[in-house]
Write a protein that binds this ligand. Structure first.
Ligand code: ADP
Length: 781
């Protein structure tokens, strides 16, 4: 039973106040057909909207089944509309993009009726209004009378206690009107029907009770009802639209504007496309770099020098020391270079440790011992001094580059190098792997030397001269001139002469000096780097074995000059004062130290590299900082540098591309806003059917969700398609195949980003839609 008590409702527009409901009190029976008659503007629709819970009254009370609605919350009204009230409007208010059956099912979607039950009830309702045959049609394929029947079926589907009809026949011809009135009359047998009309004839003919309305007041009532006190039997089932239903609803809406949606989705996907392409490219380039670099660089030696740079100890500037004022004094700063320089204590134990490295990981290890050999050669019966390392060849800029390369490689300088010692002769051999034998043989004995030329079989003229040979620039020399060439190493005690002052100078060379030497060496072969990719780390000139260095050091360790040098801080040859380091170097050069100045470990392959580094790290475990041995991994430095560079470029490009994402977000916002305007009527209908604010927001969020997912997928697909032409262009330019590669994880993340961004962009208009007043929304055209 429905009871209105002293209901008032007024509208304030500017200074004018319209009392749409002015102290209205009516009680309705549970089952009757009430017609509200009155001229236009008398407040009939307002009454209907208030009774139906679409509009709120200002004062008075509306009592439903004994329950006052004074303290109703928004959601209670929503539930009330959904559970207890069915609306029939003059202009039908069907949702045009939904089929007839879907229109009828809409209200039940909100009350959480199961799909099969929904369909059954909708079918029953449509049968009841005589539209069984037309269920799959769209509203605009029906006549006005049929549309009103659909609207009635929709109002009936939830089996409401109250049916509210606002001029249900206002837009229909007389004959159809009669039919609709008959239908409504039929329905009033089971429930309360309140019908607003300004047609007294229809009211007279069909209604069981007529209430006349004027200026918001009840003028007269043909069959008033004085209710008895009623117990509160009111029950509400709260409504809720599921996300899935919101998506379905929005999807059908979107499908009605495919062209616009596709265009918008495409426009907003451009950001995704550009980001995806940038990522695919950088991804691919990184992979290319990683594979080629690590392949090429994996075998780059890990170097252990006596002094290493310890990056970890380069202290950052103290932030608090920024913008220091003039304090009237200056502060002495520590030497940062020195700070970051780490002295590696390479001792015999460490050398032994390195020797025991697994040949399966690193089979080739070279040692630099800083020794300067006392070399002689005989050509045409004349004895000459020989140097494997010329002092300086030229000072052009390429030398700087060469020196950079050599720094880690050759302690003796340009013109000679020590080739790595092979741990296991049955495994990879550094020389054979990276060099090609031009003439002669590979070295076998400790005293076997090889002559190394550059890629173009060239050799610096000074190197040749230093070997005691004559040469003119441009001259073509036969390999035989070198292969077989013999040199002798003279022991320190035979080579140096001690002066009365205690100083040492090289003696005059002689045939007997040459003949007395028992260490004879011989060039056994001429080699050159195999190809561009090989590890041609030996410098041009003579390359010899570490066994040779060790042999000479063994002989000279106890020599007079070494013993003398050990005792004094002055250079025994020049008389100059030396610091500890210079003394060490001096001792090394005359063969007084067995400790290598640097060690280079050549990992066998990419995988072995990590094992080698692990092995080196293990030495440092548990050691104090100053006792640690810091190694240099050149390949890692190079790869991380290019990696960092690429990351930087990628970030910048992605940032640019992201701008277009923001643009598309704004666009989606505008689109949703338009959609909200377009769907105002629908919002009203949904609310009349009991939709909560949340449900309305959900419907529009669902729409942007679909758009976001769609544009994300579209963007990723387009980007993926673009990868093919991009790759073929790159292939023709760079010879690199399949550079651009779209990472599926990136693709997924991008779709996610697109969805989230579009939803963010559309959420504000969606909230706006939810706030729309239901009564006003329904009045809108
Ligand atoms: P009827 O349905 O009898 O034609 P209404 O209930 O639509 O009458 O309107 C009653 C009065 O309230 C009218 O004067 C109308 O102008 C006014 N009114 C209705 N809705 C609004 C509104 N949203 N804002 C201002 N005035 C309104």
């Amino acid at each position: 039973m429905l009871q209105l008590k002293d209901l008032r409702k007024s509208y304030h527009v500017g200074d004018t106040v319209t009392h749409a409901l002015d102290d209205v009190s009516i009680s309705f029976r549970n089952q009757e057909f009430v017609a509200i008659l009155g001229p236009s503007g008398s407040g009939k629709t307002t009454l209907l909207n208030v009774v139906g819970g679409l509009d709120r009254y200002d004062s008075g009370d509306l009592i439903i089944n004994g329950k006052s609605t004074k303290n109703f919350k928004e959601t209670d009204w929503d539930a009330y509309r959904n559970n207890s009230v069915g609306f029939v409007f003059q202009n039908y208010n069907l949702i045009s993009h939904l089929s007839i059956i879907a229109n009828v099912e809409l209200g039940m979607n909100l009350s959480g009726v199961s799909a099969t039950e929904r369909h059954k009830r909708a079918m029953d309702a449509l049968t009841q209004v005589g539209l069984k045959e037309h269920i799959s049609k769209n509203p605009n394929q029906l006549s006005g009378g049929q549309m009103q029947r659909v609207a009635i079926a929709r109002a009936l589907a939830n089996d409401p206690d109250i049916l509210l009809c606002d001029e249900p026949t206002g837009a229909l011809d007389t004959e159809t009107s009669e039919q609709i009135m008959k239908l409504i009359k039929e329905l009033s047998k089971d429930r309360l029907v309140v019908m607003v009309t300004h047609n007294p004839k229809l009211a007279q003919e069909y209604a069981t009770r007529i209430v006349n309305f004027q200026d918001g007041k009840v003028l007269n009532d043909s069959n008033p009802f004085i209710p008895k006190e009623e117990k509160d039997t009111f029950k509400l089932k709260h409504t809720k639209m599921s996300y899935w239903n919101a998506i379905k609803l929005s999807f059908t809406n979107i499908m009605t504007k495919k062209g616009r949606t596709t265009l918008t989705a495409f426009a907003s996907s451009i950001g995704i496309i550009s980001i995806a392409v940038v990522l695919a490219l950088s991804n691919g380039f990184q992979k290319q770099i990683d594979t080629t670099m690590s392949k090429a660089l994996a075998k780059y030696p890990v170097t252990i020098n006596q002094t290493a740079t310890d990056a970890s100890s380069v202290t950052d500037r103290d932030e608090s020391e920024k913008n220091v004022k003039n304090r009237g004094y200056l502060t002495v700063e520590k030497d940062k270079m020195q700070e970051s320089t780490h002295q590696n204590k390479i001792n015999p134990e460490y050398v032994n440790y390195i020797k025991k490295i697994n040949p399966n990981y690193a089979n080739n290890i070279s040692y630099q011992r800083g020794i300067n050999m006392n070399l002689l050669t005989r050509s045409k019966n004349k004895i000459k001094r020989v140097q494997f390392s010329p002092i300086s060849t030229s000072s052009d800029s390429s030398q700087a580059a060469a020196q950079m390369r050599m720094q880690a490689i050759s302690a003796t300088g340009l013109g000679s190098s020590v080739f790595p010692t092979t741990l296991n002769s049955s495994k990879s051999n550094f020389l054979k792997e990276n060099y090609q034998l031009l003439s002669g043989a590979w070295p076998h004995k400790a005293t076997d030397l090889v002559l190394v030329t550059d890629n173009e079989n060239k050799l610096n003229i000074n190197i040749i001269k230093n070997l005691g040979l004559k040469a003119k620039a441009g001259e073509k020399l036969n390999y035989q001139k070198f292969v077989g060439k013999k040199f002798k190493v003279v022991d320190n005690d035979d080579y140096y002469q001690k002066l009365p002052t205690g100083m040492f100078i090289p003696q005059k060379i002689s045939n007997s000096m040459y003949d007395n030497s028992k260490t004879q060496m011989q060039i056994v072969g001429v080699i050159r780097p195999k190809d561009e990719n090989s590890m041609a780390l030996l410098s041009s000139g003579i390359a010899y074995s570490d066994q040779l260095s060790q042999k000479i050091i063994k002989k000279n360790k106890k020599s007079e000059i070494v013993r003398a040098q050990k005792k004094t801080e002055q250079n025994v040859m020049t008389g100059q004062d030396m610091n500890a380091r210079e003394k060490k170097q001096m001792l090394q050069s005359i063969g007084g130290s067995t400790i290598p100045t640097s060690i280079m470990i050549y990992p066998n392959d990419f995988d072995a590299k990590d094992k080698v580094l692990d092995y080196l790290d293990r030495w440092n475990q548990g050691k104090k900082k100053k006792d640690k041995i810091i190694y240099t991994d050149m390949s890692r430095a190079v790869t991380s540098m290019t990696g960092g560079l690429l990351n930087g470029v990628t970030t910048v490009l992605v940032a640019f591309a992201a701008i277009s994402l923001v643009t598309s977000m704004i666009m989606i916002g505008i689109l949703t806003y338009t959609s909200v305007l377009e769907r105002t009527k629908e919002i009203g209908i949904l609310k009349a059917l009991g939709a909560r604010k949340k449900d309305i927001t959900r419907v529009f969020d669902a729409e942007t969700f679909i758009l976001g997912v769609f544009s994300g997928i579209l963007g990723v697909v387009v980007a993926w398609l673009l990868v093919f032409p991009i790759n073929s262009i790159l292939y023709s330019i760079t010879d690199l195949a399949n550079v651009a590669q779209l990472n599926p994880i990136h693709a997924l993340i991008l779709i996610l980003i697109s969805t989230v961004l579009t939803m963010v962009g559309g959420h504000l208009p969606a909230r706006m839609a939810a706030k729309k007043d239901a009564a006003i929304a329904l009045r809108s055209e």
